[in-house]
Design a protein around this ligand. Structure first.
Ligand SMILES: Cc1cc2nc3c(=O)[nH]c(=O)nc-3n(C[C@H](O)[C@H](O)[C@H](O)COP(=O)(O)OP(=O)(O)OC[C@H]3O[C@@H](n4cnc5c(N)ncnc54)[C@H](O)[C@@H]3O)c2cc1C
Length: 403
């Protein structure tokens, strides 16, 4: 046996799983088809929001709490800041999902928060200029995870514990062998291992060659329910008099239910001088995409105009003309949740994927759970909400995801 566990994919979920496995002393190899900071999947870029007053529901709290502990542990291990303590504001009408459900989770989870009116929001964060009937839930503990740095820090930590990480090679087949599993790479090498973790993000619905094994265990079981979508993200200039020091992570839900999110970038990585804020729609402007298509795709001018109009409605301290934009992938499940589970027909194969556009913050804990599953242990968190069984067998992606 070459390795205890082979992790397919070194996006944030694969990196976190490899780190967790290496910490437990497992002999692990992570393989990624692309380079360390490629932009074809979901984990690239500078920052991701971490928040606990979770409008998506309190069932995420156990995973969120553990994730935060592990992010701070990673930060200590790495010795460099990986979290920027910005606080977060979640804005909408008082009965909007973003305000009302964030408040409910905050109350249930004992999460420090305050509810402000629009005037208080503008006093405290002068970039905002929202409608007077809007409210904001403020979560002082929300923060930004420095995404690429944190993911590379996980891989560094894994390698320090003797993990192997290989970029530019692709897993093309996973087959049952006399002992364990044989994993074939595009380069021709075969690695034998005890278990495999599939952390393939938007590629999770792609079947791998499974030989005599039921291909349903290797991703095809999700092919019908996962929906990889290309989503644009934009950068805007903040008013230079305000800068972005102290700018909070934010969500804003408008009356039509569209949710806009954003966070300040810490450096001018877009080749533009001055303070920048990254903004995108969370549940709008999603187009079906195939992650195997690596050709550059521009963002349609109509999308850019629509985003500008949304920015002009929410902010007085941000120039509504975007200075830059780029596509990224969300991998949507029917219920907007994740998959952290053993494969249906072969418990030696573990899925940790399909993060529906809000998974980065959870990666440390999800990786820890996936590592436990791969080692045949019982994870410390109840994974029932993340089980693949919840999708049943007969549904198709297209009828579950109206545009
Ligand atoms: C614009 C945008 C903003 C977001 N904002 C937030 C946020 O603020 N907060 C938050 O919590 N989440 C956020 N998310 C979601 C979060 O970024 C994703 O959930 C997370 O990055 C998913 O990571 P992943 O490891 O599953 O996928 P990926 O990062 O795509 O990694 C999958 C990897 O698998 C590799 N791979 C695939 N198939 C193979 C194979 N056969 N062999 C070898 N390698 C393979 C790929 O090369 C890739 O590197 C955002 C996402 C986007 C796109």
């Amino acid at each position: 046996m070459n390795r205890d566990v082979l992790v397919v994919g070194a996006g944030v979920f694969g990196a976190a799983t490899a780190w967790a496995l290496a910490e437990r002393g497992a002999h692990v190899l992570a393989v990624d088809a692309h380079g360390p900071t490629h932009r074809y999947g979901s984990s690239h870029g500078e920052g991701r929001i971490f928040r606990r007053a979770y409008w998506e529901g309190p069932s995420y709290l156990p995973l969120l709490d553990r994730a935060y502990e592990l992010w701070t542990e990673l930060e200590e291990t790495d010795g460099e800041p990986l979290l920027v303590r910005t606080g977060g504001v979640f804005v909408g009408s008082s009965d909007s999902g973003v305000v009302d459900r964030s408040r409910r989770t905050a109350l249930l989870g004992g999460i420090e928060h305050a509810v402000w009116d629009a005037e208080r929001l503008a006093e405290r964060f002068p970039w905002f200029g929202v409608d007077p009937d809007m409210e904001a839930l403020y979560e002082p503990g929300a923060c930004t995870v420095l995404a690429t740095r944190a993911r590379l820090a996980m891989l560094d930590a894994a390698v320090r514990r003797r993990a192997g990480v290989r970029f530019g090679d692709e897993v093309v087949a996973v087959r049952s062998a006399a002992q364990g599993l044989d994993v074939r790479l595009r380069s021709g090498e075969t690695v034998s291992c005890g278990s495999v973790v599939l952390a393939t993000g938007p590629w999770a619905g792609q079947p791998l060659d499974a030989g005599a094994m039921d291909p349903a265990v290797l991703g095809a079981e999700f092919g019908a329910v996962l929906r990889p979508v290309r989503v644009p993200v934009y950068w805007f200039r903040a008013d230079p008099r305000l800068g972005t020091a102290g700018f909070p992570a934010f969500l804003h839900e408008s009356a039509d239910g569209r949710v806009v999110y954003g966070l300040a970038e810490q450096s001018a990585t877009r080749g533009v001088d001055g303070p920048l804020v990254k903004i995108g729609f969370h549940n709008h402007q999603q187009r079906p995409g195939d992650p195997r298509d690596t050709a550059p795709h521009d963002v349609p001018p109509a999308f850019r105009r629509e985003m500008s109009e949304a920015v002009a409605r929410v902010f007085t301290g941000i120039d509504p003309e975007p200075v830059s934009w780029r596509n990224c992938y969300y991998t949507l499940t029917p219920d907007g949740g994740f998959v952290i589970d053993r494969a249906a027909r072969d418990p030696r194969i573990v899925h940790v994927a399909a993060c529906s556009g809000h998974g980065f913050k959870f990666a440390t804990a999800a990786g820890e759970c996936a590592a436990a599953l791969a080692l045949g242990e019982t994870p410390g968190i109840d994974l029932e909400p993340y089980g693949a069984q919840r999708f049943g067998g007969s549904r198709t992606g297209s009828d579950l995801h109206p545009a």
